[in-house]
Design a protein around this ligand. Structure first.
Ligand code: PEP
Ligand code: MN
Length: 268
C-alpha cells in the first residue's frame, strides 16, 4: 500500500530547473532583520551553490522566553531577498494562518517542522489549508523516531493534492547526553526511501549536528546514502544569531564545506 504515489520529481517543481545534485537549501535558522537576511542571501547567492533560501519566520521554541521570530515583517524581507537574488524562498509553517500569510507573500516552498509533524491534528489543519494549492511542501521527521508518524504527515499533505512533496531528515531527540544534538538513525530515512522511491529526501545536517564541527561529516554521510539535497543553516554572523548560533555557518564556510563533499554521480 502506497499513500504517496503521485510525487513530482523535485527537478520539475519550478520552471527554473532545480537540477543540481545535491539541491542545496541554506539560510539562517531565524530571520532577524532585513539587513541580516539580505546580506546572508547575497553572500550565499555569490557562492552559486545554493538554490533555495530558508529562514524561520515563526520559531517553534521548545521553552518559552526564547526568540520567537519576526513574523510578517520577515515575509516582506524575504520578498526583497527574492527580488535581489532570484533565490527561491522557503519558510516553516505550523498553522493555517502561517500558510495563508506565506501564500499572500509569495513564499515559494513551505516546510513543516519536527515539532509540528509530531502532532497529527496540526498536520491535518495544515493539509486542509493547503487543499487545492499547488504549493511545494517539505516535511521534517517528527522529534521521536516514529517512521509511521512521519509517513502519516506526508500522506496527509499528499492527500490534500500536494504532489511537490519532499521529506527532510533532521535526526531524532536523544534524552541521553550525545555528541550530536539529534541522533541520525540513518536506517529511518533509508527505510522511507525504500518504501517510497519517488519521494525526495533532503538531509538537514545542521539540526543533527547541533555544532558546526560535525556538519560536514553528517552532510557527507547523507551524500553517501544518495540523498537528494541538503538543508544547512547559515548566517552572515553566526555567533550573533538569535537561535541555533552554534550550528550556523558563514556563507564562506558553507561554500567550502560543499566544495569538500564527495557526491555520487546522480542520474535524474
Ligand atoms: C529549523 O529548521 O530551524 C527548525 C526549527 O528545525 P526542526 O523543526 O528540525 O527543529
Ligand atoms: Mn534552527
Amino acid at each position: 500500500m502506497s499513500g504517496l504515489d503521485n510525487i513530482k520529481p523535485i527537478h520539475n517543481w519550478f520552471s527554473k530547473k532545480l537540477d543540481t545534485h545535491p539541491i542545496v537549501i541554506s539560510g539562517p535558522c531565524s530571520a532577524e532583520s532585513e539587513e541580516q537576511l539580505v546580506s546572508t542571501a547575497k553572500a550565499l547567492n555569490d557562492t552559486e551553490q545554493v538554490q533555495i533560501f530558508r529562514a524561520g519566520v515563526w520559531k517553534p521554541r521548545t521553552r518559552p522566553n526564547s526568540f520567537e521570530g519576526r513574523g510578517l515583517d520577515a515575509l516582506q524581507w524575504l520578498n526583497t531577498v527574492k527580488q535581489e537574488t532570484g533565490l527561491l524562498t522557503m519558510v516553516e509553517v505550523a498553522s493555517p494562518k502561517h500558510v495563508e500569510m506565506c501564500l499572500r507573500h509569495n513564499v515559494d516552498i513551505l516546510w513543516i517542522g519536527a515539532r509540528t509533524t509530531s502532532n497529527p491534528f496540526s498536520v491535518q489543519e495544515l493539509a486542509s489549508a493547503l487543499q487545492g494549492m499547488n504549493m511545494p511542501v517539505m516535511v521534517k521527521n517528527p522529534i521521536n523516531p516514529d517512521i509511521n508518524l512521519w509517513i502519516g504527515a506526508l500522506e496527509r499533505i499528499h492527500k490534500a493534492g500536494i504532489s511537490k512533496l519532499a521529506a527532510i531528515h533532521r535526526g531524532f531527540y536523544p534524552f541521553e547526553k550525545t555528541i550530536l544534538r539529534n541522533i541520525p538513525k540513518w536506517e529511518i530515512p533509508i527505510e522511507l526511501k525504500s518504501r517510497f522511491h519517488n519521494l525526495p529526501i533532503i538531509c538537514d545536517p545542521s539540526h543533527i549536528a547541533g555544532s558546526r564541527k560535525y556538519i560536514h561529516e553528517m552532510a557527507q554521510k547523507a551524500m553517501d546514502l544518495n540523498m537528494d539535497g541538503l538543508m544547512i543553516e547559515s548566517h552572515i554572523c553566526p555567533d550573533e544569531a538569535l537561535s541555533d548560533a552554534d550550528q550556523q555557518l558563514t556563507p564562506e564556510d558553507l561554500n567550502e564545506l560543499l566544495r569538500g563533499l564527495v557526491c555520487r554521480l546522480h542520474v535524474v
